[in-house]
Design a protein around this ligand. Structure first.
Ligand code: SF4
Length: 378
């Protein structure tokens, strides 16, 4: 079944580490953008069955509930959206009120994903986030009170000046709230991130690499103990609460993306939409298609991607499925390179499933790079 992704590129302020496709909120531009989204969704509709809708951003919770409702309606008009569809909206804690949350729920949103990042105020300030730790807790409680029984919280680790104990305070605060799903990401600083300058100016440093590894491993141990199941390198969930939408990205699924910069993958073809918000609006308003860089995935690309994403999942890669789908013998092709990782306890292979151990997840990029550019699968 298809997943539908809807990009909302507006934010109240731009965080100093953010490299997403976003810009400052502008009410007039937002109105035009929502109209363009409705038009694009209608133009792509073919009544295919879709079982997820995901509002990502940017900050989708800056939209009015009536706008979210109109976009969901447009999806239902253009696709056969299942009755039990997972409809996720990313939200920033400072943007919600009980009334707005009730409105989003009435609009059809079934799952909220809050960008919390930290439960320590000084860390949030260093990241130039607009909310405080207590605001994040309030936003969570408001969402529960509004009836959301599927809430995810994002945290970021290895922040400037963050010691292991600081990070674990945030992890414990998250566990105390009891969300249904959590995503833990390592802060990645892109080359010109303003946070880099702030770090240099204020002499903030990052903990040593070994501490970053310990942050990850200890957080996962505590989440295990609290009843969460890790299902992907960065994601844990209560049983049955895995992100159905994101699993499509990791299991060779198909999805259509709407809005500026959104990516789509369908029937072996991949494309992305124009990144610029204004260009996207102009093209859609004139009846054009915003999709660019359309290309068919080669067999090698499709295989490599299936291996990359499959290894991100804790259940790993089913080599029999890969053999059937791509006619590729995974261990036969890559086994000689992978054996040293298996011997080091980083990779586990039982003849059918190939998966990373938790220690292996720390070296995922290095292990996955073995899949790149194999001459055998042209
Ligand atoms: S709120 Fe999210 S998308 Fe917006 S600037 Fe901050 S990190 Fe980026």
């Amino acid at each position: 079944m298809l997943g539908l992704y809807v990009h909302i590129p507006f934010c109240s302020a731009i965080c100093n580490y953010c490299n997403f496709n976003r810009g400052l909120f502008d009410a007039a531009l937002k109105d035009q953008y929502v109209q363009a989204l409705l038009r694009e969704i209608a133009s792509q509709g073919d009544r295919s069955v879709a079982d997820t809708i995901y509002f990502g951003g940017g900050t989708p919770s800056l939209l009015e509930p009536s706008e979210i409702a109109a976009i969901i309606e447009a999806c239902r008009g253009a696709f056969d959206v299942t009755a039990d569809a997972e409809i996720t909206m990313e939200a920033n804690p400072e943007t919600v009120t009980p009334e707005r949350l009730a409105g989003f729920r009435d609009a059809g949103v079934t799952r909220l994903s809050y960008g919390v990042q930290s439960f320590r105020d000084e860390e949030l300030q260093r990241l130039s986030r607009l909310h405080s730790a207590s605001r994040a807790g309030d936003a969570f409680a408001m969402a529960r009170a509004a009836g959301f029984d599927n809430i995810s919280l994002d945290l970021m680790m290895w922040l400037p000046q963050q010691a292991i104990a600081h990070w674990l305070e945030s992890v414990e605060a998250l566990i105390a709230l009891g969300p249904d799903h959590a995503s833990l990401y390592i802060l990645e600083l892109y080359p010109n991130a303003p946070l880099r300058e702030a770090m240099a100016r204020s002499k903030w440093s990052l903990a040593p690499d070994d501490d970053a590894a310990e942050m990850y491993l200890e957080a996962m141990r505590r989440l295990d103990a609290a009843g969460y199941e890790q299902y992907e390198i960065s994601n844990v969930a209560r049983p049955g609460r895995e992100s159905r939408h994101n699993l499509k990205y990791w299991t060779d699924g198909e999805w259509l993306g709407f809005g500026c910069g959104a990516h789509s993958t369908r029937r072996g073809v991949r494309w992305k939409n124009l990144s610029s918000t204004t260009e996207y609006i102009a093209v859609v308003a004139s009846g054009g298609q915003p999709g660019v860089e359309k290309r068919e995935l080669s067999r090698r690309e499709a295989l490599e991607e299936a291996l990359f994403t499959g290894l991100r999942l804790t259940r790993g890669i089913d080599v029999h499925t890969v053999k059937t789908r791509y006619n590729a013998d995974v261990w036969g092709i890559y086994g000689s390179e992978l054996e040293r990782f298996r011997e080091a306890g980083l990779l586990i292979y039982d003849g059918r499933l190939l998966r990373l151990s938790r220690a292996g997840m720390l070296l995922a990029n290095e292990i996955m790079s073995q899949f790149l550019g194999s001459p055998v699968v042209d």
